[in-house]
Design a protein around this ligand. Sequence first.
Ligand code: AMP
Ligand code: ZN
Length: 497
Amino acid sequence: MTRRAPRRKARFAMTELKLFNSLTRELETFTPVHEGEARVYTCGPTVYNYPHIGNMRAYVFADILGRTLSSQGLKLTHIINITDVGHLTDDADEGEDKMEKMAAEKAQSIWDIAKHYTEAYWADVKALNIRQPAKWSIATDYVPEMIEFAKGIADKHCYELDSGLYFDVTTIEDYGRLARAVTEDGEGRIDTVEGKRNAADFAIWRKTPPGETRQMEWDSPWGPGAPGWHLECSVMGHKLLGFPFDIHTGGIDHREIHHPNEIAQNQAFCCSGGLSETANSGANIWMHNNFLVERSGKMSKSSGEFLRLQLLIDKGFHPLTYRMMCLQAHYRSELEFSWEGLEAALTRLKRMVMAAERLADAQPIPAAEHPKFAGPLTKFEEAMSDDLNTPIALTALEDALAVKKVDAGIKRAVIESMEAVLGLGLFELTRKAMRIRPSSAEITESEIEAALEQRKAARAEKDFAASDAIRDKLAAAGVDVMDGDPLGWEWKLGETN
Ligand code: AMP
Ligand code: ZN
């Protein structure tokens, strides 16, 4: 039965939204399961540590997807989970629970660790203009449902070992169809769990070893223990969105192990054989963002100064600069992080903010047919409906911002409609707000402003020696004076890394 929701007013009339489905490896036209709706599940963070900016790329991507679906007039139900139990240090079922390990290292309770890092993640979500999903589903809130789900598939698809309940991947057809590198014989995986029938088999319930008590454990038909990470996402997706839902997202690492295992469970639960119908996988479309890479290894959470959003802010970059950096690459392309690249993204964002500031007082007047905007709007729509091509959409936004001799209200309405999809914060940001003092700066804003006033006075009196001396003094404090800057900035603090 399909439920009907009232169709909302579409900002963009994209006739065909094409999205790349990792499962079929094809661009597919998005057709909602439930008319007028879009239901999306995004694998959320494991809250044992701060997210790095690579992790945040995954949520910027999911946000762009959600905004695009909303802009089509679809009623979006987006779920992002918070994994607070069950994710082991190795995705393929080996090692310790990441949460338990961090709690032991910090001598804190898992609940405190989860709370602290969930809040840190939410702060990054907000700073990056990522919209709130319909629900943040917390894994530990769904353990009874996980046990029920596991009970439903245990007889036909699972076997018990001392360490837990394992899913036998040979009991379903097409195991690993999604993955590029791993097959059911577990090619590429190291099999260290004794008694596993196939290297790719995975724990859906991990038993607490006899004589031990874990901080987080629940009773189950297989003894006290904790759910496997893959089971969590299957259950929350099913419970909150129903099978099949429209789109499941995550980073490309999930395409290899986590999602093939989720799919295997979903197939078992749906009692279907193969994946000839991709809907048997639980979702119609599986989408994966490529990685943000950083050559010197600072992305790794084990490195001292790892790349968190806060580090970027501490170095003087407004967080939305990073969103801009993400949008400059297609989500399926690898994106290389560099401070120079971030500088370039900041300049581009400043230019756009400056152009949008001119529309600050205008009342939006929607006039979609206005001839001056026909080109940019068509380009924008075509780009976004072509598998969310944000790099091209950004140029369409710039084209629209550059349109001259047109009513500011009409222009504002056009820019707002693009902004609703890209979420760069163009109408909230100001150039001043984008100038962030690096945490290492030794000079305050008011000291800089005072010195610049003195310099202005010296120049007015044609005392260039004094003016140069002030400039040198500022330079020594790390402040670059920017005479004639096309973006109207009088100074900036140097040193970005
Ligand atoms: P985790 O907290 O490890 O489960 O990861 C959260 C999300 O970030 C997942 O969707 C991962 O696939 C994704 N991810 C991890 N590393 C990167 C990276 N370097 N670039 C982009 N996405 C990533
Ligand atoms: Zn997941």
